[in-house]
Design a protein around this ligand. Structure first.
Ligand SMILES: [Zn+2]
Length: 274
């Protein structure tokens, strides 16, 4: 589904009581989940956008909007206009060529890190749209103070020959079984695939220390950029979802194919990260 538009929660005077998810300050203001500079690449006219929310207060709606007005009201103005706006500005040059074109490219380690950081921040914002966000607040705070990508975060990249829709994204809660100590609470992970123009990004937060493998069939369609690779990344990958719908199907299939091993299991069987 497309997350180009949203139904901002009508919080009114409660805005004053809410505190920023990144720093704890009040009041909060509206922050766009996806950068506004993407608007220039939207087809003319009103956008048909879809949004879904799972869990309590679940809904799935389609509505029209002008531009990408997918916003969330959980961030304070100093964060919004400060570090987040700086991060957006410093990511644009790295992201834009991959979003609007499909040129052959070799993405350096430095660019990979920038893309992974931006993708992680954006996935954090998409999580905040949910009634019960899944990412723990200390990870959001460390994003603000250290631009730290939470330990265990995985980011894969892919590409799609069709540029529209400009933004297709959703978030999925993942209940992880079989990877925690007996009796410990079951960890909850989070998956956020997003297609932005041609660029496909898949962000996964497993919430526990695991070694992850995906099915062999994905080796040609997605490439890991976080945790760090050891080399530049030839881009785009040879296998690609043909359009936005195929992208969503591929994202679902990728998530279902992920196999998580505890570090002990992985060491015992000689299993390495995909
Ligand atoms: Zn803040």
């Amino acid at each position: 589904m497309d997350l180009g538009g949203a139904i901002p929660p009508k919080l009114g005077r409660y805005d004053l009581l809410m505190s920023c998810v990144f720093c704890g300050r009040s009041p909060v203001t509206k922050e766009h989940v996806f950068p506004q500079w993407l608007n220039q690449y939207l087809p003319p006219g009103r956008q048909q956008t879809e949004q879904a929310r799972y869990g309590a207060g679940a809904y799935e709606v389609t509505r029209e909007s002008l531009g990408l007005d997918f916003t969330v009201k959980k961030v304070c103005a100093p964060c919004n206009n400060g570090w987040m706006s700086k991060l957006e500005a410093s990511s644009k040059g790295v992201l834009e060529p991959l979003i609007i074109r499909q040129d052959l490219d070799l993405i350096s380690l430095q660019r990979q890190r920038k893309i992974a950081l931006w993708a992680t921040k954006t996935a954090m914002m998409a999580d905040q749209v949910q009634q019960e966000p899944l990412l723990p607040s200390h990870q959001l705070r460390r994003m603000r103070t250290h631009r730290a990508i939470p330990g265990g975060t995985r980011v894969w990249l892919g590409s799609c020959p069709e540029r529209n829709p400009i933004v297709t994204s959703h978030t999925v809660r993942i209940d992880l079984t079989g990877v925690s100590a007996p009796g410990a609470p079951q960890p909850v992970g989070f998956f956020c695939p997003m297609k932005i123009g041609h660029l496909c990004i898949y962000v996964y937060f497993p919430a526990v220390d695991v070694v992850i493998q995906h099915a062999r069939e994905f080796h040609l369609s997605v490439a890991r950029i976080w945790p760090r690779r050891s080399s530049d990344l030839p881009f785009p990958p040879p296998a690609q979802p043909q359009n936005g719908e195929a992208f969503e199907a591929l994202a679902d299939a990728l998530r279902e194919s992920l196999y998580l091993y505890t570090p002990e299991q992985a060491a015992k069987h000689g299993i390495r990260e995909s």
